[in-house]
Write a protein that binds this ligand. Structure first.
Ligand SMILES: Nc1nc2c(ncn2[C@@H]2O[C@H](COP(=O)(O)OP(=O)(O)O)[C@@H](O)[C@H]2O)c(=O)[nH]1
Ligand SMILES: [Mg+2]
Length: 179
């Protein structure tokens, strides 16, 4: 697969549970600003490759579906999927409290494989759906909850893997702020 991409194409991988917002993030990165396109997104099956040019570079973003039956396949063929990738983004839906544990387990599996294959790439965790009015609309997701989540993520990722955690939201157009 990598051979098909030109040398100047940056391959970015997006992983995370289903419904965490991966496809929406890809659309934001592609510059889709028409809000109605966001409501017509259907669950991604297996994975989708989005190729586009912006800021003088060509990007191919690999959006890995995230439904349970596909997650196992990604992990089994992890090394092949990550061939030639320069960036890996793990998306975690902060509004989906019931599945924090499943998301963290998935992240743990990914970390294990990054170490096993000694894959070095730019790695980010997006605490997604961190909407501007989050405190107001979701009373159960307060700062303490987010701090807990961040500390769990930090516990999972060993010191030898460099990474960054961002709060992200598709509202107010896509924005991310470093933690
Ligand atoms: N509140 C909120 N909803 C979002 C955000 N990003 C995506 N969504 C919604 O979350 C749902 C799942 O998004 P989608 O991109 O299909 O997730 P995917 O399964 O990970 O690709 C959709 O209804 C999106 O409109 C966000 O930043 N905030
Ligand atoms: Mg999707």
């Amino acid at each position: 697969m990598q051979k098909k991409d030109s040398k100047n194409t940056k391959k970015i991988i997006i992983m995370g549970l289903d419904n965490s917002g991966k496809t929406s993030i890809v659309m934001c990165l592609k510059g889709v600003k028409n809000l109605s396109s966001f409501s017509s997104i259907t669950p991604t099956r297996n994975f989708e490759i989005n190729k586009f040019r912006t800021l003088g570079s060509t990007f191919s973003i690999w959006d890995f579906g995230g439904q349970e039956r596909f997650r196992e396949e990604y992990l089994t063929n992890f090394y092949d999927h990550l061939q030639g990738a320069s960036k890996l983004i793990f998306v975690l839906d902060v509004q989906d409290r019931d599945r924090y544990n499943i998301a963290l387990e998935y992240l743990a599996e990914i970390i294990k494989l990054l170490r096993k294959f000694k894959i070095a790439l730019d790695f980010s965790v997006f605490l997604h759906k961190y909407d501007p009015d989050l405190d107001f609309i979701k009373k159960d997701i307060n700062k303490g909850m987010i701090q807990f989540l961040v500390s769990e993520i930090k516990k999972l990722i060993p010191n030898d893997i460099p990474y960054r955690i961002f709060k992200t939201s598709i509202y107010t157009i896509f924005q991310k702020s470093a933690i």
